[in-house]
Design a protein around this ligand. Structure first.
Ligand SMILES: [Zn+2]
Ligand SMILES: [Zn+2]
Length: 112
């Protein structure tokens, strides 16, 4: 049986409980190492990898509205708001590619 264990978080130095239930979960997953960080610190690290991209505001070249883009807008490139961008994408979507005619099976070659 597992027993609650008190561990010290590597990040913030706070003690946290590695509960019997968690230990059971860890074992079921085959994890051999105990958690190094308390839950808040683990969550923090998890979220750090998924930080939202920095957005830059620009004027939409189509409707004049505010366009938010994940890159620094440059003067020589029109920037579109998400609405206009979606509209343009729809309009410029390539027509469905026709299926290529089935190739004839290569003639059997005479073995030499
Ligand atoms: Zn911590
Ligand atoms: Zn627009």
């Amino acid at each position: 049986m597992f027993e609650d264990k008190t561990l010290v978080c590597k990040d913030c130095g706070e003690e946290f409980v590695f509960t019997a239930r968690e230990q059971e979960f860890y074992e079921s997953k085959g994890f051999v190492n105990e958690p190094q960080r308390c839950k808040p610190c683990r969550d923090k690290r998890k979220n750090a990898g998924r930080a939202p991209r920095e957005m830059h505001e620009a004027v939409c070249a189509a409707c004049g509205g505010v366009a938010k883009v994940p890159f620094i807008p440059r003067d020589d490139r029109p920037v579109y708001c998400s609405d206009c961008f979606a509209k343009m994408k729809e309009e410029s979507a390539p027509a469905p590619v026709e299926e290529a005619p089935a190739q004839e099976a290569p003639a059997e070659q005479d073995a030499e």
